[in-house]
Structure formats: C-alpha cells, structure tokens
Design a binder for this molecule. Structure first.
Ligand SMILES: Cc1cc2nc3c(=O)[nH]c(=O)nc-3n(C[C@H](O)[C@H](O)[C@H](O)COP(=O)(O)OP(=O)(O)OC[C@H]3O[C@@H](n4cnc5c(N)ncnc54)[C@H](O)[C@@H]3O)c2cc1C
Length: 388
C-alpha cells in the first residue's frame, strides 16, 4: 500500500495492483522512497527545498506524460512537474504527491537550414547550446547552463542575446503539450492560439510541454565578454557610468549589473577574496574586434580590481557562472521587481542595501531589458514585465 496526497491534502491509499498498473503503463521508472535513485531524483537546485513525493515518474516520452497526467487527474493527486529543477520556490517537487520528472526527456533536433530546433521539455540550456552551436546557431535563453528550458521558457526567459533577438518566448514557434484533460495538443500562432499566448510567460500552469520549437540565430562562436570588477567603494560612480553608457548602446550589447563578493576561487587573486565588488558585465553579440573596442569605456569607469573581460566561445559564456552555482548546494531565497527607470536615488538605495545585506553570499543583479525584448507588444504574450 502506498499513501499519496490528494489536491485537497487528504490521503489516498494506493493498493499494490493500482501502483503496479501505473508502473507498467509508464515506460520510465516509477520511484518510491524505497527505490535507489529516489533522493537524487527529488533533489532540486535550491538546497533549502527538501520535499518527498510519494511517487516520482521518470518519463521517457509523450506517452509517459499522458499516463501521468491521466493518473493524476483521475485520482485528484497533488502533482508537480520537474523540468530542470531550477525554480527557486521548489515547485518541481511536492510533498506526498506525484512528481512528473521530465529530466530524461532532453533530446534536441536541429535543422540548420531551416534554423529551427525541437527541444524536449526536460532539456537544460547547456544541452540546447551544445547541439545548436555545432551549427553556429543559438536559441536566446538564460545565462546558467543547468537551468531547464521548461520553466525558463514558460516564464519568459532572458539572457545574453535578448538585446538583439529578444526573449526566449519571442523565439518560440510552437509547443507540443499534454493539457490537464490528458489531450496532446500543438499550440502556435495559428493553432490553439490562446494556449500559445498563455504558455509564453504564464508559467507551467496550462499543461506539460513535451516539445518546444524554437527559431535559431547565427551567434559566435566567439563573442566579447565585458567583465570588469570594481571595489564597492566605487559602486555609485560605476553604476552611473554604466547607466550613461547603456543609453546609446546598440542591440548587440546586453548587460547584467552585479553586486557581488569575490569568492575564494583560485582564478581570483588571493588578496581580492571576500571583497565586495560591482560588475557591469555584458556580452557583445557581434564581431569580437568590434565588441572589444565598444566595451572599453566600461573597463575604465574607476580603478579596476580584477578584469575578467575577454573574447570567449559562446558555449563557454553560457556556462561561465555555473561554477558559482552548484546544483542542490545553493540555499536561495529570491526577490525581484521591474523598474521603469534608474535614477540617482535608486542607485543610492541599491548601494546602501548591498553594503547592508544579511550575508556575503547575497548578490544583487540588475538585468537590462532593452532592445528587441522591449519592442514586442505588451499584450502579445502573457509575460508581464517588458513594458510598464
Ligand atoms: C542559477 C539560476 C540561474 C537562472 N538564470 C536565468 C536566466 O539567465 N534567465 C532567465 O530567464 N531565468 C533564469 N533563471 C530562472 C529560471 O528560468 C526559472 O527558475 C525557471 O523556472 C527554471 O526552470 P526549470 O525547468 O529549471 O525549473 P523547474 O523547477 O523544474 O520548473 C519551474 C516551474 O516550471 C514548470 N515546468 C518546468 N518544465 C516544464 C514543462 N516542460 N512544461 C510545463 N511546465 C514546466 C514546473 O512545473 C515549475 O512550476 C535562473 C534560475 C537559477 C536557479
């Protein structure tokens, strides 16, 4: 007998034959806490989350997802869907219910002529970059390679290519998904259009996406990275300098402004370990020589502590932060908001709060949402943040 939690929080006892029938219907493994691999499968990025599902279905394809969705609906089960497991609140896993684990569904197919990629719902960004960069192509997505395509895309998705090519959802051509009624549907600009609107920014609330179809762009393979680190005592002047610089920056240049503490890694000089810094970090999505020349003023905003600026392969740029964000070991609580301007008072507030933060491990990051990502009409997708 397996005790499983229902949506109304009551408990249902699954007898052995019901469990075996479900186990048989799903081609991937169905794990209980008795099985090896259970703890690894329920582990998510945020080390603060420690939930124990009654069942973890490790789906291998669309048929498994249909079986899971039907089983969950017919038994009114508390259900969670895991893509890459990066969601900070830990919604990829649930206590006592059914976890639909898509992580084995990470296949990718690229048509380099048509510049289209088909990506399964459990793939990570690194999987996509690996396959697409083989053809010098890329999907505009996030900046950490272990992040899942599933949660990132349904949430909007932005990374280093957003200035020139927009958000991830702006490059989504279609999805295939299993909706809560167990039906397999395709949604695009011409099919199930309301569903297509909703899953572009509305999160994982409308069904399980089994395949994302993306438009690809020519990128790299080498791009210029701007990564100058300035001591926090220069934070105000650096932030003002970055703000002024970005006013006339072309779509090719996308930045993330970091407030950070240099960790004790051997690639940083020992005397800088533990120092608070600000970093106008950016990637120039164009010819390297052009980018190198363009970013130079951002490397001269104040005396520099460390300069990580260099031409890099796009696939390496996409994983350059991974080392600081080990899966399952980061304890995180995030807050975010959209700002319609960055005036001097706000800069002062950022700096004051950074210097007064609860722990050295708390970074602050500002993402610029300029260029192509800001030119898409506000009501064309469910993503709420690009216009205010
Ligand atoms: C270290 C780190 C770096 C990040 N960097 C970026 C970034 O650069 N840009 C950016 O835009 N975001 C970024 N994010 C945020 C990230 O996009 C979201 O946390 C996203 O929800 C993670 O998706 P996931 O599939 O990995 O997570 P999960 O925790 O598996 O899923 C998150 C939510 O999406 C749902 N979901 C996942 N897959 C599917 C699917 N196939 N079908 C339907 N629903 C699904 C889940 O049920 C859950 O509700 C980052 C997050 C972390 C932790």
């Amino acid at each position: 007998m397996i005790e499983i939690t229902k949506l109304d929080k009551s408990r249902l006892s699954l007898d052995q034959s019901t469990f075996e029938a479900f186990d048989l219907a799903v081609r991937g493994e169905v794990l209980t806490s008795e099985h090896g691999g259970y703890d690894e499968a329920r582990r998510v990025f945020n080390g603060m989350i420690n939930k124990r599902p009654a069942l973890i279905a490790r789906c291998t394809g669309v048929a498994d997802v249909i079986q899971c969705v039907n089983f969950a609906r017919e038994n009114s089960l508390l259900t969670a869907v895991r893509g890459g497991g990066h969601g900070a609140p830990g919604n990829a896993v649930c206590d006592g219910g059914l976890m639909i684990d898509l992580s084995l569904m990470n296949g990718i197919r690229v048509d380099p002529q048509a510049r289209v990629a088909w990506v399964e719902g459990g793939a990570a960004l690194g999987d996509v970059d690996h396959e697409t960069q083989a053809f010098g192509l890329a999907v505009p997505a996030g900046v950490v390679s272990t992040t899942g395509v599933g949660g990132l895309t349904t949430g909007g998705g932005y990374g280093w290519l957003r200035g020139k090519h927009g958000m991830t959802i702006d490059n989504l051509l279609a999805v295939e998904m299993v909706t809560p009624d167990g039906q397999f549907r395709r949604a695009s600009e011409t099919e199930n259009t309301d569903l297509f609107w909703a899953i572009r920014g509305g999160g994982g609330n409308f069904g399980v996406v089994t395949t994302f179809e993306f438009r690809l762009h020519e990128v790299g393979p080498m791009l210029m990275v701007c990564n100058p680190m300035y001591a926090a005592e220069h934070a105000r002047e650096v932030m003002r300098g970055w703000r002024a610089f970005m006013e006339n920056a072309p779509d090719e240049f996308t930045t993330e402004f970091f407030f950070w503490t240099i960790p004790e890694f051997p690639h940083f000089p020992e005397e800088t370990h533990g120092q608070d810094v600000v970093i106008p970090c950016g990637v120039y999505n164009g010819p390297v020589e052009e980018g190198e020349k363009f970013v130079q003023p951002l490397r001269e905003l104040a005396p520099m502590l460390v300069d990580g600026s260099a031409p890099m392969r796009f696939v390496d740029i996409q994983s350059m932060f991974d080392i600081y964000l080990p899966y399952g070991d980061v304890i995180c609580y995030w807050k975010a908001l959209y700002m319609d301007r960055l005036d001097d008072d706000m800069i002062d507030t950022f700096v004051e709060h950074f210097l007064d933060r609860p722990g050295k491990q708390c970074p602050l990051v500002l993402h610029d949402l300029r260029g192509a990502s800001g030119r898409v009409p506000a009501d064309s997708t469910a993503f709420p943040g690009r216009h205010w």
